[in-house]
Design a protein. Sequence first.
Length: 273
Amino acid sequence: MSDQPLPGSGDGAGLAVEPLDPVILAEVLEALARRLESLEGLVAAVTDQLVEAPAGGPWAWRQLGPSQTRALFTELRDWVDWLITRYELRGEAETIPACWFLHPVAVEELTGLMVAWKAAYSQKEMAPSDALVNWHDRWMWPTLHRLTVQLRVWVKCTGGSHAPLRPAPPVTDEASFTSFLTHAGPRTDTARAPDSAGALDRAALQALLSSGEAVKLLPDDPSSPIRYSGRWYGVPDGMQGERWRPVDGERGAQLDLMLSRLTLVGRPGSGSA
């Protein structure tokens, strides 16, 4: 056998390495640089959108700042003008008057229509679908009909002139609502809570049973023990049945056993523990 090394064996000194073409290398590096610049721009745009986006999204008018409001109005105006021209909206039930932007209801409705149009026409799937037909049948024509016929938003805007806006509808009364928040919640909570002695009065008992927070051992017994928040409450012997007090551990175990037996024989207590 020959002692000469096989081709390709040893330290690799026999391998031929072609030098890189400087022109091709420069083109590859330039393409990578352009790609990196494009990705950096995309990341910056996404970051700006996440940081500056309004809380309710880009079409939530209530959440937009002044510059965002102007930008959305400009976009919506361009789209509405296209819609009017494209579909030749002249019919009595489908018209959009020139003063549409002065009607808040129309602004909200047309914004929703534009966003639905974006969703229908911006799909990346190339397969045929009924998304475009659905947009016309479910959103476009019904929205125009609702604005013009059902809501009669611009019924007085004729001849290209805008009728003065009607007085704003009354909103929630501030004084009454503040009073409600101050008194209604605590009163409801207090009515159901045990008093300082850990007892429940009849009103609290009825509220807990009605809400399902408490269970009554014997539904037909007005002085029946009740189970609430993991504890049993009962009326002490010889006392009027107006206040239910916590029972001791031994008595509570007995009542748990009684409740389980009643449940097995089909006579569960009322309410839920």
